[in-house]
Design a protein around this ligand. Structure first.
Ligand code: KG4
Ligand code: ZN
Length: 354
């Protein structure tokens, strides 16, 4: 039996978890900063880092308590090394190093995106056979990958501008809905007409890359009052100030926007699954919590589709502990000189020998 303690602080959740044999979740503690960041409508790195420092000790203790274990029982400490916000990553990394030093347990630096992928292995109901297609859709990433074995990834495409979750968050702000935008838009879209607006589906054919910035601009045009006679600054800030066209149906805009994003994600993922003969489609990341995305992927896919339970869609440490298990079994051991990697692509990882 191998017990891994996972620690995750790459963005705005402080999380710790204990997972046995890359599969059985003993605990999964998440201290969310959503309420803290909601007042600013987004994540401020310094604010996030300070909040991580305040709670990390308590969160790790709670993860051990809930698992009814002590640090002595743990075989290795897996921590998110990147990608993410450097100031946030450093809090988890330094804490994990302190634990590793004090307990002489092995330290493992884990890629956050590999963590999202391994969220599908946590409490999996049946074994996952390769090759699979991974769609990672979160606030920071939109990645389409072929996975041919543990730790073996080939990137097929990614976003060339905004991530899918970022598009939800920006459009949420445009529509003056509560942060984060994803769940708010999903809720606002209920009962809305998804064909009320014909928003663009960018790069829908011939490429596995994604682009969501044109869609965001199209939503802005639909939402804003007439621009005639008004001077507006170019650029991002002018997109997010208030001012919504009178009589606008927020529901219809939300439903049409959500459908446009889901169409693109589903079309490309299924095309990739067919082209590469995937046995399954695995979706992960915050946006994989989206109900319409789950439904549409399932009805359109020729192969089974898996997505994590809700608590494992958004950032958590059970996924880091699970990826950590496979890396540990593959022989990875890091030393205390390990540094964070704010930018770190999945295809830079080496496959796990098993
Ligand atoms: O994976 P995650 O917690 O953070 C990153 O690693 O980036 O994902 C957060 C993102 C946010 O952009 C949020 O708006 C989005 O996931 N999200 C959703 C839903 N729930 C969360 N997007 C669409 N529909 C949802 N139900
Ligand atoms: Zn994430």
């Amino acid at each position: 039996m191998t017990l891994i303690l996972g620690i995750e602080t790459s963005c705005d959740e402080t999380a710790a978890a204990v997972v046995e044999d890359g599969m059985w979740q003993h605990s999964n503690i998440i201290a969310s900063q959503i309420d803290l960041h909601a007042q600013y409508g987004g994540v401020f790195p310094e604010v996030a880092a300070r909040a991580h420092v305040e709670v990390i000790g308590v969160v790790v203790e709670a993860a051990l308590d809930e698992a009814r274990l002590t640090l002595n029982d743990i075989d290795a400490i897996a921590v998110t090394q990147g990608p993410g916000l450097v100031t946030s990553l450093l809090v988890g990394m330094n804490y994990a190093k302190g634990l590793a030093l004090a307990t002489r347990k092995p330290l493992l630096g884990i890629n956050h995106l590999e963590g999202h992928i391994y969220s599908l292995w946590v409490n999996a109901e049946s074994p996952i056979e390769f090759p699979v297609i991974n769609l990672i859709v979160s606030g920071g990433h939109t990645e389409l990958l072929l996975m041919t074995g543990h730790g073996a990834y080939e990137k097929l495409g990614g976003t060339i501008d905004d991530a899918a979750g970022e598009a939800f968050d920006k459009v949420g702000r445009l529509l003056e809905l509560p942060y984060p935008g994803g769940p708010s838009i999903q809720k606002a879209a209920e009962g809305g007409n998804p064909t009320a607006y014909d928003f663009p589906r960018a790069l829908i054919d011939g490429s596995y890359d994604f682009s969501f910035s044109g869609l965001k601009t199209a939503v802005m045009r639909a939402v804003r009052p007439s621009q005639k006679g008004k001077k507006r600054k170019a650029g991002e800030e002018s997109l997010i100030e208030g001012e919504i066209r009178a009589g606008l149906s927020i529901r219809d805009v939300a439903a049409s926007f959500q459908t446009a994003v889901v169409d693109v994600l589903v079309t490309k993922t299924i095309q990739a699954a067919r082209e590469y003969g995937a046995t399954e489609i695995l979706m992960s990341g915050g946006v994989s919590a989206n109900k319409l995305l789950r439904e549409q992927m399932q009805v359109s896919s020729p192969v089974p589709v898996r997505y994590p339970v809700f608590q494992l869609c958004t950032d958590n440490a059970a996924m880091i502990a699970t990826a950590g298990y496979y890396r540990y079994e593959g022989g990875q051991r890091d030393d205390l000189a390990l540094d964070v990697r704010p930018t770190w692509y999945l295809d830079e990882l080496s496959p796990i020998n098993s």
